[in-house]
Design a protein around this ligand. Structure first.
Ligand SMILES: Cc1cc2nc3c(=O)[nH]c(=O)nc-3n(C[C@H](O)[C@H](O)[C@H](O)COP(=O)(O)OP(=O)(O)OC[C@H]3O[C@@H](n4cnc5c(N)ncnc54)[C@H](O)[C@@H]3O)c2cc1C
Length: 508
């Protein structure tokens, strides 16, 4: 493969400004640089990555955590983004496949180590859930067909309603299982409730309830079992660092610590941006990677945004939030890399989060003990533990006061001690960072909805905020708030779609 360098690229004379250096913004910047655009990314923080940035603890920052994403799925899509710039992902990041991918612990003490190896998976199903033999094979076969039909639809642009009658979408239509939920769909394969949970809890990746998430998203567990789940040495934040390097190698600029105050518009067209220090930067196109709700409510002059003005935005469905603990621990536990512990009453827990919007004391917990695989994240014999608890977003009105944060933190640690092999965890925590829904909100995540707008049928494809932003010309959206949706592979796809539209609209 020929590695493109700045001198190989014929500059096209067009200027693009990208607001935000999250995974969406960085991918778009890489792709646009490779097409000869003059690209500058403005990021309000002092590091790249957004929710995919690293966090650290310890005197020498020797405990390293990913802020958000920890499951890398569909790595071939990420590889394609690097390929498009004449590069190999593997020259920038060390990708490590995980097997088992993760452990699931059920209320009755049953444990499943989920593996992409179908024979081992079958053997576990047969041992733990007799009577379900052969169902996995059927699941992989049928869901494989759905995936083949659906995935090309996710890679398309839905700027106009006519795109809704495109060939790929019409072909996929019978496979969308419209009107069915994820949990209902799984009933077609598996009899046992716990087994259904193994293939539906992934709705949480979208911040949704498996009992409400459209059945079409059964492609997510399929993707896991088909492609596997990867880790990146040093943490998934290394991907963003790698993208930053590529942008700079291709002659793009990344301006850190430079927040954007507003998008300059004229005649409902984006003309540039104003930085927080008042500097105006004019551009031929503006790519928005800032959280969608945050951008709509803060980055435009009053009256510019109509369809997504604050009143209408508030009526949209948003994902759940997360209560996060990042723990520096002076011990390395013999615990899996990823471990999901279900609430005793999982359905009630999900309903508390999604419907009643109240705090569950019977919570589900995800613990990532990546130090067991990756020695780069903590000193030898120590670990950097990441804990994620799905909770209601800030539409709940829950007051995340200091007292509540402390009480919930203690409850989560107690739960981990009860439900995992980390029986003495509280004695080994030497430092910690906590992020509550209120903290997400103060980090420019609208209503603390960490996985952005919900992925309900009425907020997908043409009905999701569009990549070619429908309210302002020459403005393009990338990231979890636009099509195809939240999650790293789809965010990379959003950048590929939007970069394509920029080229199309500017005649490149
Ligand atoms: C806790 C958590 C766990 C997750 N786990 C996974 C996972 O395991 N796998 C997966 O695939 N996905 C996961 N996700 C979802 C998703 O992949 C990430 O949230 C991803 O980082 C979102 O990328 P983005 O490009 O949409 O935006 P962001 O990462 O939010 O980046 C937006 C950037 O814009 C910047 N910005 C905002 N406003 C301005 C402004 N005015 N001026 C300049 N800059 C601005 C922000 O500082 C930020 O850097 C997870 C998310 C969270 C929060």
């Amino acid at each position: 493969m020929n590695k493109l360098t700045e001198t190989d690229i014929r500059k096209n004379g067009k200027k693009v400004v990208v607001v935000g250096a999250g995974p969406g913004g960085l991918t778009a910047a890489m792709l646009l640089c490779a097409k000869g655009f003059d690209v500058t990314v403005y990021e309000k923080e002092n590091q790249v990555g957004g929710r995919n940035a690293p966090l650290s603890l310890g005197r020498n920052n020797e405990y390293v955590f990913d802020t958000g994403p920890t499951f890398l799925m569909m790595t071939p899509i990420l590889r394609e983004m690097f390929d498009a710039t004449g590069r190999r992902l593997e020259d920038y990041c060390k990708v490590v496949p995980l097997d088992p991918m993760y452990r699931l612990s059920f209320p009755d003490g049953k444990v499943m180590d989920i593996t992409p190896d179908q024979n081992r998976m079958e053997a576990q199903i047969s041992r733990n859930f007799p009577g379900n033999e052969g169902a996995l094979k059927q699941f992989m076969k049928r869901e494989g067909v759905r995936f083949e039909k659906m995935y090309p639809c996710l890679q398309k642009d839905y700027s106009s309603w006519t795109s809704m009658v495109s060939k790929p979408l019409l072909k996929a239509l019978p496979h969308l299982a419209l009107g069915k939920t994820l949990f209902e769909n799984l009933g077609g394969y598996f009899k046992d409730e716990y087994l259904k949970m193994c293939f539906t809890f992934q709705a949480k990746y979208l911040g949704m309830s498996p009992w409400e998430c459209p059945a079409a998203f059964t492609i997510i567990p399929f993707i896991e079992h088909h492609y596997g789940i990867d880790h990146v040495e040093g943490g998934l934040s290394e991907i963003s660092e790698a993208m930053k390097r590529v942008v700079c190698e291709l002659g793009g600029r990344i301006e850190l610590g430079k927040g954007v105050r507003k998008v300059i518009t004229g005649g409902r067209r984006a003309k540039g941006i104003v930085l927080n220090d008042g500097t105006e930067v004019m551009a031929d196109a503006v790519v928005l990677n800032a959280d969608f709700g945050h951008a709509m409510t803060t980055l435009f002059d009053p009256g510019v945004i109509r369809k997504y003005n604050v009143d209408r935005l508030e009526k949209k469905k948003f994902s759940c939030s997360t209560f996060m603990l990042y723990l520096a621990v002076d011990k390395l536990y013999d615990e899996p890399h990823h471990h999901v512990v279900f609430a005793d009453n999982y359905r009630a827990n999900i309903e508390d989060i999604a419907r009643h919007k109240r705090l569950s004391q019977d919570m589900s917990i995800y613990v990532r003990n990546a130090s067991v695989t990756d020695p780069k994240l903590a000193p030898k014999g120590h670990s950097a533990l990441y804990v994620l608890v799905p909770v209601a977003n800030q539409f709940s009105g829950i007051d995340w006061s200091e007292a509540l944060v402390k009480q919930y933190r203690d409850a989560v640690i107690t739960r981990i001690e009860q439900k995992t092999s980390m029986k003495d965890l509280s004695k080994h925590i030497t430092a910690e960072i906590i992020i509550s829904p209120k903290d997400w909100e103060s980090r420019a995540v609208y209503r603390g909805a960490t996985f952005n707008l919900g992925h309900t049928v009425d907020q997908m494809l043409y009905l999701r905020p569009r990549n070619r932003f429908e309210e302002v010309k020459h403005c393009y959206l990338v990231g979890g708030g636009t099509h195809p949706g939240s999650g790293l592979p789809t965010i990379y796809e959003s950048a590929r779609i939007s970069a394509g539209l920029v080229c199309q609209d500017l005649g490149i």
